[in-house]
Design a protein around this ligand. Sequence first.
Ligand code: ARG
Ligand code: ZN
Length: 875
Amino acid sequence: STVYLKDYRPPAFLVSEVELDIDLLGEDEARVAARLALQRNPAAPRPPADLELDIDEIAVESVAIDGQPVGDGRWAADARHLTVKDVPAAFELRTVTRIRPRQNTKLMGIYLSGTGFFSLCEAEGFRRITPFLDRPDVMARYTATLHADKARYPVLLANGNCVGQGDEAGGRHWARWRDPFPKPSYLFAVVAADLESCQDRFRTRSGRDAQLQCFVEPGKLDQIAFALESLKHAMKWDEDRYGLEIDLDEYNVVAVGDFNAGAMENKGLNIFNTKLVLARPDISTDWDFSFIDRTVAHEYFHNWTGNRVTCRDWFQLSLKEGLTVFREQQYAADRYSRAVARIQAVRNLRTGQFPEDAGPMAHPVRPASYQQVSNFYTSTVYQKGAEVVRMMHTLVGPENFRKGIDLYFQRHDGQAVTTDELVAAIEQAGGVDLAQFRLWYEQAGTPRLTVRDRYDEASRSYELSVTQQCPPTPGQPAKRPMHMPLALGLLAPDGRELPLRLQGEAAPRGTSTVLSLHAETEVFRFIDVPARPVPSLGRGFSAPVVIDYPYDEAGLQHLLSYDSDSFNRWEAGQRLAMNLLLQGVADRAAGRPVQFPEYLAQAFGRVLADAEADPAFAAEALALPPEVVIAEQLGQIDPLAVHQVRFAMRSFLAERLHDGLRRAYDHFATPGPYSPDAQSSGRRALRNLCLAFLMDLRDADARRLCLQQLEAAGNMTDAMAALSAIANCDCPERRAALDAFHAKWRDEPLVVDKWLGVEAQSRLPGTVERVRELTRHPAFTLKNPNKVYALLGSFGVNQVQFHAADGSGYQLMLEQSLALDVVNPQVASRMVRNFERYRRFEPGRQALMRAALERIATTPGLSKESSEVVGKALA
Ligand code: ARG
Ligand code: ZN
């Protein structure tokens, strides 16, 4: 059943206080006694006589109102609700409920993992713990008391501050936690486990001390130091950049191996997937380190953008996620390379969000409806949501943006609001009318800007016409033009940046400017332009759109050499390669030979030769557009053709640039102790990219280098780079290398995940069978989301093997998705999404993918999560 934004009604009842007593009787059973202070909501239109609370897979045993048991006839529980008849205007409700942690394989609510009990409530998991008005606009103060066996579960945690603890009969103990801040139920969390911890503290700029404590499974303390440092960095950064301080005395961070999400910002008790918090140079890559740093910061930033000001309903998810991802991106740009951070964010958007926006699950940043909110933790809500916030930042400028955020907190601290409130605050502080801009929250689809230009020598004027068009998406056949910033500059033939003077404007604008687009077509006329310029359009990726401008090779080379905007320098290289890749795909389809021009090798050769100044940037500039991004440009996708043409280009470049690549491989070595800092990780990125290119040549020298690196690597970044290259190399050493890697790391689950991922991403024949075999390997289980993502998630993005022409990859994904659906539907529906874009493929694969979707659709007992995906895909 579908829920609509337009049907939003304020809650009929409000809860001011929640007191929970959670008695963890054993792995199989817990008893939850709840005391809720309830009153009718004066803001609710027609107050009903009955109270209706959400429940999900819990057994309600008793109900009492104001100390009096409520008789059986007056309350009833079905699968979704506990209904209590004829309740007073204000009262205390007590319920007693049984939950079954061991059976909770959905990993929502309270469940078992590793050495104890952990929880995840966002979005609708709290109703799996106790009956409640489980919606974010109901905010209450929580007190939680935990009871458990003391020896087995020595650590007892919940939100807020510990206000009491003690021993109980039978070797048990208890602890009581009180959270001083009212919060929605999705931010509730508990942990009861055998964990080790380390402590630190953070002194706020106003002189308050917060105690920081990180909890990990015994033996993993040496893997948490990095995250703790990140947390302190993030706290400092939020003070410096936004004037926001930590508001708690105790801030706890817990790592758990079984987790549906990356991490969760529960108030004062952040819970992290081990993958996104544990790090050590020998087991974590540079990428892991930076992702962990960002995620720790992200969850911390939620304390203000999400917790202090929260969402009115789940349609507003991007209110907290889009804004927090944007803040996380600003943090990353400050801490690493600004240019590289931007490039990576955009690549991410193009590989994840653009395809989503062009598929059957396309939805606005603020969806208008959903069946299962868990299906809407999407790249649109997160990544495109962050781009929308970034556009407002661009339109009003950084100072006004900061004023807008200040105003947002002034107005809405302690409230549950909508994305409109955020936009209104920025609008008011920024003095820019954002009425039309709000469409970004309502319209799905990736707009296309068609840019055409005309230079007139006689009048020395240059005219740019920009037409925007947004393709139809499900339920939205026609779109209105949107307000967006278009940042640009003009490059003279000698490479200089021209001062920009718009006709009708008194003052020149400098050499880089932001134009505001409103109408479907806008024409801008620049004057005093001495010669036909090359336009540098969408600098810094100023809007989440596709820019269509007929660049020729010379223009792109010009931008690649001279553009002062590093993002657009990178973009020029990507366009240069993309044009030739698309030509290659067309040639291959027409039976013509696939060949590449020497200028491509020369352009890439110059990037390589100039790499010293910024190796991280060079590594990004030398990476060819990903296969999915190429596929996105095609009318009908043949994934094998895309792969082969891209591989041909890689081999071509590797051959032409061989000596330079080989020299760079030696030159960019990082001797000395490992450090994940931007400088040395950039050198490793470039060096390993050179290795990957050289490996594509299939020569013995490269293979020797690669095996040597695998053998001698003092860090996981270099080891993984070598291992993935070997995994894609049809050579005698391959199997032994993969097996040895697994044998070496079999006791480190996070490294085993990497190994599963490398196996599943191999483009070599036999991969489908190998992945099937690995689904039966003792290292694999459908019960652990990380294992599923590592093996099946990686396989799903393997363009060659998942899309094997005989359908064997689809068959495997189908079987595994169905098996997973009964264990963990939230994760299963993500696997099912591997099929959703079937219409985009050539007829053979299209038919096979469609058949898989139909099989899933007709499976009895299919979860609501997967049903929503298949239903929309087949619609
Ligand atoms: N709020 C979390 C974040 O920081 C994500 C929670 C997702 N929940 C889930 N069940 N997958 O992004
Ligand atoms: Zn988040």
